[in-house]
Design a protein around this ligand. Structure first.
Ligand SMILES: *[C@@H]1O[C@H](CO)[C@@H](O)[C@H](O)[C@H]1NC(C)=O
Ligand SMILES: *[C@@H]1O[C@H](CO)[C@@H](O)[C@H](O)[C@H]1NC(C)=O
Ligand SMILES: *[C@@H]1O[C@H](CO)[C@@H](O)[C@H](O)[C@H]1NC(C)=O
Ligand SMILES: *[C@@H]1O[C@H](CO)[C@@H](O)[C@H](O)[C@H]1NC(C)=O
Ligand SMILES: *[C@@H]1O[C@H](CO)[C@@H](O)[C@H](O)[C@H]1NC(C)=O
Ligand SMILES: *[C@@H]1O[C@H](CO)[C@@H](O)[C@H](O)[C@H]1NC(C)=O
Ligand SMILES: *[C@@H]1O[C@H](CO)[C@@H](O)[C@H](O)[C@H]1NC(C)=O
Ligand SMILES: *[C@@H]1O[C@H](CO)[C@@H](O)[C@H](O)[C@H]1NC(C)=O
Ligand SMILES: *[C@@H]1O[C@H](CO)[C@@H](O)[C@H](O)[C@H]1NC(C)=O
Ligand SMILES: *[C@@H]1O[C@H](CO)[C@@H](O)[C@H](O)[C@H]1NC(C)=O
Length: 556
């Protein structure tokens, strides 16, 4: 059990122990005095509701999940003889917080390039086309040993993505060969869903290669999708064994569109025939907040901008509403998402600022009825939560965005137990965000993200270009239900600045590769579990330094 989980599980004990001692011996005495004196509620405090009335519906289990670019799945997971234990440790850390291991969608652009080659002695063979991308192979073959990677992470469930883009006889042979291998590899209580195609709404326009004619429409997509699903079904029933001949198990995520405004419309696709399929379990869409090479994309303008995050997520809220109005009532998830498309921008997507963005983005999703979020990654991708192997481009290790994943899991707590609901709390500035997290009817946590940009260079006067070298902070005063009176425990997502790519911690723990292969290691130089008083009337004051976040664990 990771120490964080130990803390969460033992809060009740901790509380009864401290109440037997002088209360709040950890804060200045005048604060203790104030807390004990009856006083009028602070009318300018930010109100937090006692119950989740008005919050989004409960998130699904394993809210913090990943999507791994298919071509790089063997790097992340390893194989039978060389399982990647570093990756497994990082997944287990999240399990310790959220109760279940992250689910892994194996897909992305390369899912639509992958063809089976029975003769391949390696897991994959990729051909890079530099004019298209240096980040992933534009042609890809996978061999029998590719499927070993589905069994290296105990207790992890997977979504396997099939190709939809390539559609000739080679593709048919390939898919028909892959199905029995995939279901065999996924027979160890590790199957979640299937997926047919990645971002078909870009098939007509993609810079990575046009895969369908201009005339291709929602009806064509729905017909092809259904045809391929039927083809897979036939092979599953014929070749996978009795345990797979089960309509309940034959489930898909779809339609996996890149966004809400591309060349296919989700509502029209739903009505064009996806609604006839009884095989879809979750409605999956994708999102990126911006593009890596878009002009004007910076930390301050883009990732540390709560308005930007809200606007981006609200497109999905609109789509969800429109889908509901035509009878789509499946849970809506983001099956692939991250900060900046084209694998992220160096200095932004791999910085601590991206960890703060990830916390804000994920909680805003949870607050708007997006039920699960698969953070996408691949080897050498700038926005990856970790680099699973050493390459000549990227050092193996835990990257800044992972700390954002940890903070999300700590914010939601044991979502596996069900009924965790998130309420967005409106704050004034574009650089700040707050959330209230409920378990059942009870307020359990308040989360504050302070996204005022503070550069690590500012801490070093010799390299500072900034006029203010001191790191400011904001004090947030919340008015909680009086039932929360007592104490809160503050867990901080912290680093030296938003541009930091190392030295990042959550609640005093590092998960860095070089310390203990990704297992939590408590650092001596960072505060953890700071106690803050919740006064009798429910008032809570939390200080949050620029470019950091605070998760306040409450007993209400
Ligand atoms: C009341 O809350 C505001 C912020 O909302 C804070 O600035 C102020 O200090 C608080 N007043 C007291 C008396 O705590
Ligand atoms: C695999 O090897 C067999 C036997 O050498 C050959 O007939 C077949 O064409 C090869 N398949 C591929 C995809 O290269
Ligand atoms: C398993 O992974 C190791 C390390 O990457 C590699 O050397 C080996 O060839 C792989 N085995 C197979 C069967 O692909
Ligand atoms: C393959 O794609 C073409 C359009 O490019 C379409 O006309 C055809 O129906 C597709 N075939 C299958 C089997 O999906
Ligand atoms: C799917 O939507 C179309 C168009 O609204 C409708 O005609 C059809 O009955 C729907 N099918 C199902 C199974 O709901
Ligand atoms: C934040 O994003 C919004 C929406 O894109 C934009 O209008 C605003 O100018 C941005 N603010 C900053 C400080 O970049
Ligand atoms: C980096 O590694 C790749 C893949 O192994 C290789 O193709 C490439 O030539 C290497 N680049 C350099 C600069 O060594
Ligand atoms: C932080 O660094 C970035 C990139 O160098 C710069 O654009 C920004 O103005 C700096 N911000 C502060 C507050 O120093
Ligand atoms: C963070 O700042 C502290 C204090 O200035 C310094 O000792 C430490 O080396 C810095 N960490 C990183 C990763 O830059
Ligand atoms: C804390 O210690 C770690 C490990 O020695 C170091 O990397 C990090 O920069 C330190 N952090 C601060 C804020 O001093």
């Amino acid at each position: 059990m990771a120490p964080l989980q130990a803390l969460l599980l033992s809060t009740a004990t901790v509380f009864s122990v401290v109440s037997a001692q002088p209360r709040f011996d950890f804060v200045r005495n005048n604060q203790v005095e104030n807390s004990l004196r009856a006083r009028a509620p602070n009318s300018s405090a930010i109100p937090i509701k006692a119950t989740p009335a008005g919050a989004a519906g409960p998130v699904l289990d394993s809210f913090v999940t990943f999507s791994i670019e298919l071509a790089f799945f063997p790097d992340f997971a390893g194989n039978k003889s060389h399982p990647n234990t570093f990756s497994d440790n990082l997944l287990n850390n999240l399990k310790d917080l959220q109760g279940t291991k992250p689910y892994i969608r194996v897909g992305g652009n390369t899912q639509d390039y992958a063809l089976y080659d029975a003769n391949l002695t390696t897991a994959t063979r990729g051909v890079y086309i530099p004019s298209i991308s240096l980040d992933y192979p534009r042609q890809l073959w996978i061999g029998p040993s590719f499927f070993e990677s589905y069994n290296t992470w105990p207790g992890t469930k997977f979504i396997h993505g099939f190709n939809l883009a390539i559609n000739g006889s080679t593709a048919i042979t390939s898919t028909e060969s892959i199905v029995p291998l995939a279901c065999k590899a996924l027979s160890n209580d590790n199957f979640l869903y299937w997926e047919m195609g990645n971002e078909p709404d870009l098939f007509k326009t993609s810079a990575q290669g046009i895969m369908r004619p201009k005339s291709w429409n929602e009806k064509d997509f729905a017909r092809e999708w259904t045809g391929w699903v039927e083809r897979v079904k036939k092979v599953v029933w014929e070749k996978c064994g009795e345990e797979w001949q089960d309509e309940e198990k034959f489930k898909w995520i779809a339609p996996s569109f890149a966004g809400t405004t591309n060349s296919l419309d989700a509502v029209k696709s739903w009505q064009a025939g996806l609604n006839k399929s009884k095989d879809i379990a979750l409605f999956s869409s994708h999102n990126y907040i911006g593009g890596a090479t878009q002009p004007g994309v910076t930390l301050a303008n883009t990732l540390l901008n709560h308005t930007k995050t809200m606007l981006s997520v609200r497109d999905h809220t609109k789509e969800q509403k429109a889908l509901k109005s035509v009878g789509m009532n499946l849970p809506y998830i983001l099956g692939e998402t991250n900060s900046l498309y084209n694998q992220g921008k160096p200095g932004l997507s791999n910085s601590f600022g991206a960890a703060l963005w990830g916390l804000d983005f994920n909680l805003y999703c949870a607050a708007t009825d997006i039920k699960r979020v698969h953070m996408h990654m691949g080897s050498n991708f700038r926005y990856a939560s970790w680099q699973p192997v050493e390459t000549n481009r990227t050092t193996m290790g835990t990257k800044a965005p992972y700390y954002g994943n940890i903070a999300v899991a700590a914010s939601l707590g044991g979502s596996a137990e069900g009924d965790v609901r998130v309420q967005h709390v409106s704050l004034e500035k574009v650089t700040e965000a707050a959330y209230a997290v409920y378990k059942g009817e009870v307020l359990r946590r308040v989360v504050v993200v302070n996204m005022v940009q503070y550069n690590t260079s500012s801490t070093n006067p010799s390299t500072s270009t900034s006029t203010t070298a001191t790191r400011g902070e904001e004090t947030y005063t919340f008015s909680l239900p009086p039932s929360c009176a007592g104490r809160g425990v503050v867990q901080r997502l912290m680093a030296n600045g938003s541009d930091a790519v190392t030295g990042i911690t959550f609640n005093g723990y590092s998960y860095n590769y070089e310390l203990d292969n990704g297992k939590p290691v408590l650092l001596g130089n960072v505060t953890r579990d700071e106690a803050v008083p919740v006064k009798r009337d429910g008032e809570l004051e939390v200080r949050v330094p620029w470019s950091s976040a605070a998760v306040v664990q409450l007993e209400c």
